[in-house]
Each structure stands twice: as C-alpha cells, then as structure tokens.
Design a protein around this ligand. Structure first.
Ligand SMILES: Cc1ncc(COP(=O)(O)O)c(C=O)c1O
Length: 292
C-alpha cells in the first residue's frame, strides 16, 4: 500500500494525522516515519466502530493534515454507510483535511451487504483519495501492486514521490494485475462464499463452547471480544500455549483493541472447525484454572 509514501511526501513535523484505533498498524508507522504526530480516533462497538468526529479537539484539527479511515478494515471489520462517508466529506472540507480511505477489502463483503467506495460519495474526490490493493482480492500478496484514485493533487504528489522510490513494478506482475482486473469477477463470488463459510463455521464452533462472537460483515478477519477476566495478551498467549491456536491480541492494533483478539480466516473450514474445538476445550479448562 502506498500510504507510508504519501505520508513521507506530504507530512511535516508538527502535522497531525487522525488514525483509527484500533487500526492497521502501518497507518501509525507511516506517520512516525514521516515525523508527524498521531491523533488516535477511538473506534468503539457502541458507535458502530465509526469515529466520533465531534469529539476531536479543535486545536488538534487546526494542525491536522490528513485522516485515515478504512471500511471494511483490519482488524475492525465494520462497514460504513453512505451517510457516514458524507459526514466525513463535510468534516474534511470544514477543516481542510485530506481523507485517505483504505479499501483493501473492497471485494470481501458478505451477506449481500452493500459495497460502498468512499469515492462514490459526492465531494469525496475533492477531499480524499482511496487506496486499493490486489493483495487480498486477487490473492497477490507479496506482488506489491495496488492503486489509488481520487484527489488529483494528492495523486500527483504520490506519483512523483513513488517514481523516485519504487518506480517500475516487474512487468509480469503488471500483466498479471491487468489480467486480474479485467477478468470475470464471478471467480470472486466463489471466493467470498468460501470466506463466508469459514467465518460461519468458526463462529458456530466458538458459540458451541459458549463464546458468542459477532459475525464479521466483511474481510478475512473476526474481531472477537474476549471473555472477561483476561487481557488480550494473556488470552492470546495462553491460547497458543494450551490450544495451539494463534490469534492476534487486540492491543497490537491500538489501545482501544484491548479486550479483543483478531482471528484470521486464512485456513480451510475443516481446520477452522478443529481450531474452534480446541478453543472450546481451552475455555472449559480455563474456567477452572487461574490466569497469570
Ligand atoms: C487494511 C489493510 N490495508 C492495506 C493492507 C496492505 O496490503 P498490501 O499487501 O497491498 O500492502 C493490508 C494488509 O494486511 C490491510 O489489512
């Protein structure tokens, strides 16, 4: 993704960037590399995982150059409505902020939920850009190919910076990307069904063990609130030690991730059923074992 490059090209010391908390760690790291300051926007379940824009201090907003959002995102899998994107556009205009929408999971949306690009909202092109990647949709992780659309000036700056850093993606990868983007998208429907199946078997298995976890509307992740009495790290470390199942502690994505773990749907349904069984056993045993 080109975010760190955009930050390096546009952010100066003293500039603030609003980043989601929890959020994909690279957002924060990009700001750090560029020497900017971070203002984390809490994404809370009770607010539908949308930032409360009115709660950001005006002194911060006057120093803010950019904000990053991602719907659906990683680790928070929530979707945004068109109205909430419209609110972001208004806010960005008011405070002269460039909005970066990370749409890496644009094609992994389940249960017939709407697929809403930030760019589909009136005025978004004036205030923002949207990144997408072929890593997830077309299983091209490692190929380092994606694209950005939107505000002309921001794209010009990004292109100019990138032409000095990573210009010239290996030609066969470019051709593979062209083939992917112009291919029959029915293939993607099959992929979505497969991820939906993985999500459903995992969540059903966890529920059998008494752990009720919210159904992800999108992405290859499950963002699960952990049973009470544990920190995210205690839970994740004990789970791998006792059950051999790896999950990421939520606080790795920001302080608001505490109390959650992220599970990845990157194994077959059969393997996820086994993982859920192991988690069920772990939870039963954990109920009588004291936690460290
Ligand atoms: C939300 C989000 N954005 C961007 C990326 C990066 O994708 P790429 O492989 O294009 O760098 C990831 C990868 O995990 C991601 O989860």
């Amino acid at each position: 993704m080109g975010w760190p490059h955009l930050a390096m090209a546009m952010i100066d010391p003293g500039d603030y960037v609003l980043v989601p908390d929890p959020g994909y760690p690279i957002y924060e790291h990009g700001v750090m590399i560029a020497g900017g300051s971070i203002y984390p926007m809490p994404l809370l379940e009770e607010n539908g995982y949308l930032p409360k824009l009115s709660e950001i201090p005006v002194e911060v907003l006057h120093k803010t150059k950019m904000m990053i959002i991602s719907y659906p995102g990683n680790p928070v899998t929530a979707l945004a409505s068109k109205e909430s994107f419209e609110e972001v556009v208004e806010f960005a205009k008011k405070y002269n902020i460039l909005v970066i929408h990370d749409f890496a999971y644009s094609e992994l949306i389940y249960d017939g939920n709407p697929q809403i690009s930030f760019m589909s909202v009136t005025g978004a092109k004036e205030v923002g850009i949207e990144f997408n990647s072929l890593s997830k949709t077309f299983n091209m992780a490692g190929c380092r190919i994606g694209y950005a659309v939107g505000n002309e000036e921001a794209l010009r700056i990004l292109a100019s910076f990138k032409s000095n850093i990573d210009y010239g993606v290996f030609y066969p990868i470019q051709m593979a990307a062209v083939t992917a983007l112009t291919s029959d998208y029915n293939v993607l429907r099959e992929q979505v069904k497969e991820y939906e199946k993985r999500r459903d078997v995992l969540i059903a298995g966890l529920e059998k063990g008494g752990w009720k976890v919210a159904k992800s509307p999108a992405t290859m992740f499950v963002w699960a609130k952990i049973p009470s009495g544990w920190t995210s790290r205690q839970f994740a470390f004990k789970l791998i030690e006792k059950a051999g199942v790896a999950v990421v502690p939520g606080d790795a994505f920001g302080t608001q991730g505490e109390g959650y773990v992220r599970m990845a749907l990157v194994q077959s349904p059969e393997r996820l059923v086994k993982a859920a069984e192991k988690i069920q056993n772990f939870l039963q045993e954990a109920a009588v074992v004291t936690k460290e």
